[in-house]
Design a binder for this molecule. Structure first.
Ligand code: GLU
Length: 470
């Protein structure tokens, strides 16, 4: 039998980091065991489900490169099958028509509450067959009376729930549509899911699902309930904490490798190792190694992981992701250095690709204005001479390479008997528009010689204006 896991999101919003982590753990566990990973869209809530959400979820999965082997299946396409199973449960005496009205059910709960009993349906219609003509009814599952349900959870260990705690839950509404616990059971059964990996917010559904599976004579899957993700304030992670949508992390400048690596560690560990390639994750991950307690999201750590990957992944690959941000920021990269060269010099200077794009604009575009602070500090009247001298030396270079550029700057400083900085800083402001850049010889080499010379002329003009105005 093929080990099979699934990710079963309800398409009522984007793919958030909690969902992505659940998807990742399911995917990893399948991959690790040479199994299948199913994507199932649980879209039975017609009012809240949207195609835009389906697209957003698949975009997120694609961006993270969590490819599914089967699906996407849509629950709304499987209503006939659910109906069939509901009929089967009715026929085998494991379900019954319930004609109690909402008010009556409410009254039963109230009564139970007053008696200090568990608030649930009292089973009034459990064994009746005197169906009133033309009245609406729901279909309830006949939960076993007495005994326990044991969840053998791979993360949390054994959890025992007494059947008396469980309600005869509704499996079909008055309009005949199936409810969540029924559809999940039928799907997990039909799709031969062997391992249900999901958030522990579903743990209260598990005993109900186990009882229905048993009533159907279906094999029970293994369960792994993953604790939730908290924000840095200890509360459940939500929009209040900033980005929660996976695609927002792309927009904010994170590499998918970084988010995946961060998410795998958020709730699972392997010694004190922090960095895991995809291959390593697949090899080392295990559901039994997951934390039982919730984990807190830590943006600083995500940034650290992102920096690691920007610096260590192939620059050509990082450049593909950087290209997205250059486009996003309207920077035309068709003329200028190869983006992979920019990655090489900028990767250790930023936290995100978004920032990398922001500080790399000068490689591709002239700037209208120089950073006023840098001008004030570095383009003082005394810099006209060094700028002129270094310009003529740069202009005379036989080859536009870092070594010769470096010599030209060095020779200028020696000739004028000033420190390197007195030449380098004005030149940096001239060439890049500001006081921060990677090493100057490499930065200039990445720019066109003509562009650098023109930018020096422009800076000289700025200094001369400064002199004229003082
Ligand atoms: N559709 C459910 C949700 O999005 C998940 C159900 C399951 O994993 O069993 O929360």
């Amino acid at each position: 039998m093929t080990l099979t896991t699934r990710f079963a999101p309800s398409p009522t919003g984007y793919l958030h980091v909690g969902g992505a982590r659940t998807a990742l753990y399911s995917w990893l566990y399948a991959k690790k065991n040479g199994g299948d990973f199913i994507l199932r869209i649980e879209d039975t809530d017609l009012e809240r489900s949207t195609q835009a959400s389906v697209d957003a979820i698949m975009d997120g999965m694609n961006w993270l490169n969590l490819e599914w082997t089967h699906g996407p299946y849509f629950q709304t396409k499987r209503f006939d099958r659910y109906k069939e199973v509901i009929e089967q449960l009715l026929a085998s005496g494991n379900a019954y028509r319930c004609y109690s009205t909402a008010e009556e059910v409410e009254a039963m709960r109230e009564e139970a509450k007053e008696k200090g009993e568990i608030e649930k349906y009292n089973g009034l219609w459990r064994d009746r067959t005197d169906y009133p003509e033309g009245q609406p009814y729901v279909i309830r599952f006949k939960n076993p009376i007495g005994g326990d349900v044991v969840i053998k959870d791979m993360v949390k260990g054994d959890i025992t729930i007494s059947n008396d705690q469980l309600d005869d839950l509704i499996i079909a509404r008055t309009d005949g549509t199936p409810t969540y616990n029924l559809t999940v059971v039928v799907d997990d059964w039909d799709m031969k899911v062997t391992h249900v990996v999901r958030g522990d917010d579903h743990i209260s559904n598990t005993p109900k699902q186990i009882n229905i599976l048993k009533a159907l004579g279906a094999p029970l899957p293994e369960y792994a309930h993953i604790p939730m993700i908290l924000g840095d304030d200890g509360k459940r992670l939500s929009k209040r904490h900033g980005a929660v949508s996976v695609m927002q992390y792309r927009d904010d400048g994170y590499l998918p490798e970084a988010l995946l690596n961060y998410l795998v560690r958020l709730g699972w560990s392997h010694g004190d190792q922090e960095i895991f390639s995809r291959e390593e994750m697949i090899e080392l991950f295990d559901l039994t190694g997951c934390n039982r307690a919730p984990s807190a999201f830590n943006t600083d750590k995500l940034i650290w992981v992102n920096q690691h990957y920007m610096k260590t992944l192939a620059p050509e690959y990082v450049a593909e992701h950087l290209q997205w941000h250059m486009d996003d920021q309207g920077i035309d990269t068709s003329n200028g250095p190869a983006l992979s060269e920019v990655v090489k010099v900028q990767a250790d200077r930023v936290k995100t690709l978004k920032e990398m794009a922001q500080i790399s604009r000068y490689f591709y575009e002239d700037f209208d204005e120089l950073d006023p602070k840098a001008v004030k500090k570095h383009l003082r009247p005394v810099t006209v001479e060094p700028l002129n001298v270094v310009k003529s030396k740069l202009a005379a270079l036989s080859e536009w390479v870092p070594e010769l550029i470096h010599d030209a700057i060095n020779d200028t400083a020696t000739e004028l008997e000033v420190g390197m900085g007195k030449v380098g800083m004005p030149l940096r402001v001239a060439a890049t528009g500001g006081g921060n850049s990677p090493s100057l010889d490499i930065t200039l080499a990445l720019l066109d010689k003509d562009i650098v010379l023109a930018r020096i002329d422009n800076a000289i003009k700025v200094v001369e204006e400064r002199i004229a105005n003082s």
